[in-house]
Ligand binder design. Structure first.
Ligand code: ATP
Length: 375
């Protein structure tokens, strides 16, 4: 049982009804979040959604206009940054250029008056952990971007904070290095067991890194959950659309048959069957049916026939093909100016596409592959 699934588990960080106003504008608007010990929790959202402001309130750089923040049972709301058992790793890393790697990492401990011998021991073991033992005497400008990132991480962790805040920790790295560093960051976090809160606008990064994430929009939390639960069961149209790609069509509920809802889409001129997973639905209600591109099967169809041959089945014509190497994306015109996006893994080695531009195709998916959204 994961702590967030256990009603008796005590949250490590409690964000209770937190609002931050700048003038009359609420950058963070009534946020409630529970984060558990040793989680790697991501705050994900587009620029301006309020994730950095929320992180800064955890650090103590901003004061909430309303609400409170507790860490390990202690109310931190009124504490200044230096009095909190919290550390922050900045996007810029903010390393001291004239100091060596070891001096950078030691800096905070020195400030705190930790004895020399202990500083040495802790700095050594921290540099070991981030695999920079051999680089202790180098200066930051002699390091690669990835190594500088690890120095910043070591410096933030060496003080053994209860909570480490990371503001876009991988944003300064190029794509390949970022992917590799994600796994290093996860391994280091796992090793030290410190609770991490990471701010990112990059959904893939949040999905790969986090135990759970909060998807934010306009100062509010739209959904909290594990990456898989958010991807597979988005709670609303915002999250469904923000995470990954999704085809979404308006539909009207006809009836509910056991686990399955039957809806009618005027736009697609067909009936849709969707596993409703307990979503309360009544006949006549307007809703949205959503299907991810990789959950749709596409096959060549030269037989012609009616536009919509059955439930969850559409005829169409390929308008665009995007080759991505590991997969291909098709945009299929299913009539009514509607394009449905379908992705397919390219499993077999081939220079020819099974389905190409202008091909007539038959699209289909199972009720379990689709979602019904009412918000
Ligand atoms: P980004 O990724 O671009 O940093 P964000 O999601 O982290 O975006 P915030 O930096 O938290 O968003 O900002 C949220 C909103 O609050 C923005 O509209 C921003 O302009 C506003 N804001 C942030 N700080 C202040 C401030 N000190 N004074 C006035 N407005 C602010």
């Amino acid at each position: 049982l994961e702590p967030w699934e256990d009603p008796n588990a005590e949250p490590y960080v409690r964000i209770e009804g937190v609002t931050k106003r700048f003038g009359t504008f609420a950058a963070v608007d009534g946020v409630d979040l529970n984060i558990y010990r040793s989680e790697l929790f991501a705050l994900l959202g587009a620029s301006g959604c309020g994730k950095t402001t929320l992180l800064r309130m955890l650090a103590g750089f901003e004061q909430p206009s309303e609400g409170r923040i507790l860490l390990d049972g202690q109310d931190m709301t009124a504490l200044p940054p230096h009095a909190r058992p919290v550390n922050m790793m900045f996007q810029s890393y903010a390393l001291f250029p004239h100091m060596t790697v070891a001096q950078n990492v030691a800096y905070g401990l020195k400030q705190d008056g930790v004895p020399r011998a202990e500083i040495r021991k802790r700095v050594d073991s921290m540099l070991e952990l981030v695999q920079l033992g051999a680089w202790a005497k180098r200066k930051p400008h002699q390091l690669s971007g990835g190594q500088r990132q690890r120095v910043a991480l070591a410096r933030a962790l060496v003080k053994r904070p209860k909570l480490l805040l990371l503001d876009e920790p991988l944003a300064a790295l190029d794509k390949k290095l970022r992917e590799q560093t994600q796994f290093e960051l996860m391994n280091i976090q796992d090793e030290v067991g410190v609770t991490f809160v990471v701010v990112t606008h990059d959904q893939e990064e949040a999905m790969t890194l986090s135990t759970r994430m909060a998807v934010m929009d306009q100062g509010r939390v739209m959904q909290v959950g594990t990456p898989t639960s958010i991807y597979e069961f988005p709670a609303n149209r915002f999250t469904a659309d923000f995470i990954g790609s999704i085809n979404m069509v308006r539909a009207r509920v006809l009836r509910v048959e056991g686990d399955t809802a039957i809806l009618e889409s005027p736009e697609l001129a067909c009936e849709l069957a969707v596993a409703h997973h307990g979503t309360p639905l009544t006949a006549g209600q307007e809703a949205w049916v959503a299907v991810r591109p990789e959950k749709i099967a596409a096959e060549r169809d030269d037989t012609g026939g009616p536009t919509a041959p059955g439930r969850n089945t559409l005829r169409g014509q390929v308008r665009d093909v995007g080759y991505l190497g590991d997969s291909s994306v098709y945009r299929v015109d299913v009539g009514g100016e509607r394009l449905i996006e379908v992705t397919h893994p390219n499993v077999l080695r081939s220079l020819e596409r099974e389905i190409d531009w202008d091909d007539p195709v038959l699209l289909s998916w199972s009720p379990q592959a689709a979602l019904v959204l009412t918000a």
